[in-house]
Design a protein around this ligand. Structure first.
Ligand code: ZN
Ligand code: ZN
Length: 593
């Protein structure tokens, strides 16, 4: 959920910054040695080549240059990409890593990692041969319909060009697919069917509206024919998938197995930790958390219940959580309550000297704009590194569209306690604060390839850190609900690892989430589904959190009496959205690469 929110701000940030993309590459506080100048020129060439190999990603990131290109998934195109990637790797290898500035060292690692990932996907992991949902262009067309860089005339031209390529695109898809998984086949069919309305309604509507404004396609008859052919090619692909649905014996298992898992983990989660180590850490954390939650729950039980405590610890915890959830905002006060809490969080961060904050532009809370609704409870919209003067908003979804019942369930979930943790995570000193620091040394590479575990790990780390520092006056109620929140990230890791490496069954998975992490059935079912469709991603939060927490411990030991929390936090954030392993080397001075 939070990852999605983050994507929103990343994409928006880049859209806004696009106009000044080329001219303004501010690398503040860097002495312009020949190496720095050289490397910064290389970064531009790197991106140009990278986008040429990934035209659709470029469009998603807000660039307009590649809009009219579908990335046709042929063997030739895969080979061409590989040759671009090996060329980039070769050119990267020519730089003396140790001579680069710390900021460039991180850019270097992010670029290298990105290219390695791409090569591994093509050569080894090969989702293009087993994952039918890989071939879905609906959201791409939707992106084109809303692309801020295109005017109406250009948009019509681009649409026409793209529609023309669709039949070839799906022919290539069919020829790539070999042994598919049942899960990704079902997902593809439902997503493709859902996406058809973009072609059957949104595009014709757009064309009709443009016509009213006097802007027309070159040849309406030709355009309509192309649109019809495009829709037919999507329908043929759906039919092909339905006919070729594999039986359970013949399907590829959705579990990717240890070999792929380790490598994917290494490329996408952490270069320093093994997947199994993280899994063991999560098992340990779950055990310890249950003990702590039991103690907290027992200490406050008499405050809420006349009856004696249930002897079963989990039963007791879950009854208490239920009762605590009734303390929540009124629906009409929800946005205002968040605004008040942010002021409290800001004051607390200053008072406890947790880190330096941006005093010039306080975060603005607003109701989520209509075009962004439906994705998340709360999110940050930030202007991005090239527009440091722009406003940053904390979007909160208002509850006015909900029925009484829906609003109540939502308010119970984001009750008085959970709402505070959410605000720490999303805003202060979580994502919003991290972004402010990242923008102090703007780098397009870090914005594009920013490290997910670092970003999510930081937000999760601040939840724990704020409570440790006394936010909420060590209230056992707040701690109890914090730990419920924490168990979610812990169990995400256990679930993901167990599904892909240990053959965990659905029953075991649901049992873990409902009985060990106190989740509702619908949440647990949704998470199970996600674990069958994605791999490794669910580890992001706990992995990032654990690495940062461990780094703080080691840094404290290294600094001894000179250690302060403020200095640790500020130093950690000063490197931008870099992998924790890279920051670790820079902070502990153990760089040997
Ligand atoms: Zn987050
Ligand atoms: Zn209520």
């Amino acid at each position: 959920m939070f990852r999605k929110q983050l994507l929103i701000f990343t994409i928006i940030g880049l859209c806004l910054s696009q106009a000044i993309f080329a001219q303004k590459d501010r690398t503040q506080r860097t002495i312009m040695t020949p190496e720095v100048i050289e490397f910064s020129a290389f970064k531009k060439e790197f991106l140009a080549q990278y986008w040429a190999a990934n035209p659709m990603s470029a469009t998603y990131q807000g660039l307009a240059d590649y809009c009219n290109k579908l990335d046709i998934p042929t063997k030739e195109s895969a080979l061409q990409k590989l040759s671009i990637y090996s060329d980039l790797m070769g050119r990267l290898a020519k730089y003396d890593y140790k001579k680069l500035s710390p900021s460039d060292q991180i850019d270097y690692q992010l670029m290298k990692n990105q290219v390695q990932k791409k090569m591994w996907y093509i050569q080894s992991f090969q989702p293009h041969i087993w994952k039918p949902s890989y071939y879905n262009v609906s959201s791409y067309f939707d992106k084109i319909l809303n692309h801020p860089e295109l005017d109406d005339k250009e948009r019509l031209y681009v649409l026409e060009q793209l529609l023309q390529q669709l039949p070839t695109y799906y022919r290539a898809a069919v020829s790539n697919l070999k042994k598919v998984t049942i899960e990704h086949t079902e997902l593809a069919i439902s997503q493709l069917k859902g996406g058809l309305n973009i072609f059957e309604q949104k595009i014709p509507d757009y064309v009709a509206k443009s016509k009213e404004k006097g802007i027309q396609v070159n040849d309406q008859g030709h355009f309509d024919q192309q649109l019809e052919d495009a829709i037919a090619s999507i329908n043929r692909y759906i039919e092909w998938l339905q006919i070729n649905q594999p039986s359970p014996e013949k399907a590829r298992p959705f579990r990717i197995g240890q070999m792929y898992y380790e490598r994917k983990f290494n490329l996408e989660i952490s270069a320093d930790m093994k997947a199994k180590e993280l899994y063991q850490l999560a098992q340990q954390a779950k055990k310890e958390t249950h003990v702590l939650m039991g103690q907290m729950a027992a200490s406050i039980w008499p405050k809420y219940f006349k009856e004696p405590m249930p002897t079963d610890r989990k039963e007791m915890i879950s009854q208490l959580i239920d009762t605590l959830s009734t303390k929540h905002s009124k629906r009409e006060d929800f946005v205002e309550d968040i605004r008040k809490q942010l002021a409290e969080l800001t004051a607390f961060v200053n008072e406890k000297q947790i880190l330096r904050q941006d005093t010039t532009k306080p975060l603005k809370v607003r109701e989520t704009p209509a075009y962004m609704r439906g994705v998340s409870v709360a999110s940050i919209s930030a202007p991005g590194p090239y527009d440091a003067e722009g406003e940053t908003y904390y979007n909160v979804a208002p509850l006015d569209k909900y029925t009484e019942e829906e609003a109540e369930s939502y308010l119970r979930e984001y009750n008085h306690y959970m709402l505070q943790i959410l605000n720490i995570h999303e805003a202060i000193p979580g994502h919003y604060t991290q972004l402010y620091y990242a923008n102090q040394s703007p780098s397009i590479i870090k914005s594009l390839f920013g490290d997910g575990p670092m970003i999510e790990g930081w937000a999760c780390y601040t939840e724990r850190m704020m409570l440790e520092e006394g936010y909420g006056n060590q209230s056992p109620e707040l701690w109890l609900l914090y730990y419920k929140w924490y168990l979610r990230i812990v169990c995400n890791t256990i679930l993901d690892y167990s599904v892909h490496n240990l053959n965990m069954s659905k029953e075991e998975g649901i049992d873990l989430l409902m009985n060990e992490a106190f989740q509702e059935k619908t949440e647990a079912e949704g998470k199970w589904r996600r674990a069958t469709l994605s791999q490794v991603q669910l580890c992001e939060y706990f992995a990032g959190f654990s690495e940062i927490y461990q780094l703080r411990k080691d840094y404290k030991a290294l600094k001894g009496d000179a250690y302060t929390l403020k200095e640790f936090n500020e130093t950690f954030l000063s490197f931008g959205s870099a992998p924790v392993s890279a920051i670790r080397k820079l902070m502990l001075g153990t760089d040997t690469k």
